[in-house]
Design a binder for this molecule. Structure first.
Ligand SMILES: Cc1cc2nc3c(=O)[nH]c(=O)nc-3n(C[C@H](O)[C@H](O)[C@H](O)COP(=O)(O)O)c2cc1C
Length: 197
């Protein structure tokens, strides 16, 4: 498969960047071709503007959005790597999602997350988070993210199968971080093919 990894972090030496790298190394070891899209390094503009709203009338999307859509078109699987910011996506990922997966290109339904205009793609989210998993589970935060992202956003994208891995304790001990990097490698090495529509 060809696997596209979308990385959102301004610091190339960040833990998130290391997660994306380990995921890609694992995917390559399993025989896949890989591409990492480093949104900050590439200067992607995440601000949704008037030009983005025009696509509802089937006007062509802005050039930078078209380029992202072409990159997605080549991919059989997509991995998003972004740190958990305030129990959600950082603004760069949010803007990439808002702008690139546009009405009329990704979806035209408002009521069925399983129906996407896109062919099925295997999808993995690797999300480093400072919080502990037991705390997030107890407070219902893990379930809330799973509902919003797995049953919402990434269903509309046609990600099937799709997997959310919150990498809890990403600001923890070196041993903890090593274990999370090993998990990222495994996520790449074991990524499943898209499920037929
Ligand atoms: C603006 C900001 C908001 C954050 N919000 C959360 C949060 O809501 N939950 C959480 O567990 N960690 C939160 N964190 C911690 C980050 O998830 C953590 O620093 C990151 O996963 C570590 O990876 P990095 O070195 O790649 O940044 C936040 C960090 C920043 C800078």
């Amino acid at each position: 498969m060809h696997i596209l990894t979308i990385l959102d972090h301004p610091n190339p030496a960040s833990f998130s960047a290391a997660v994306a790298e380990q995921f890609s190394i694992g995917a390559k070891a399993a025989g896949h071709t890989v591409e990492i899209a480093d949104l900050h390094a590439e200067g992607f503009n995440p601000v949704f503007t008037m030009a983005d709203t025009d696509t509802r009338d089937h006007s062509p999307a802005p050039q930078d959005v078209l380029q992202e859509q072409q990159r997605i078109a080549r991919a059989d699987a997509i991995c998003l790597v972004f740190p958990l910011f305030w129990w959600g996506m950082p603004s760069m990922t949010k803007g990439w999602v808002d702008r690139v997966w546009s009405w009329g290109w990704a979806y035209d339904q408002l009521d069925d997350p399983e129906i996407s205009l896109q062919r099925p793609r295997s999808g993995v989210l690797l999300v480093p988070a400072g919080a502990r998993s037991d705390e997030m589970d107890q407070l219902g935060q893990t379930a809330a993210l799973d509902t919003a992202w797995m049953q919402g956003t990434f269903g509309y994208f046609g990600f099937s199968p799709r997997k959310l891995e919150i990498l809890n304790g990403a600001t923890g001990s070196p041993a903890r971080r090593e274990a999370l990097l090993a998990r990222s490698y495994q996520a790449g090495a074991t990524i499943l093919p898209p499920r037929p529509a």
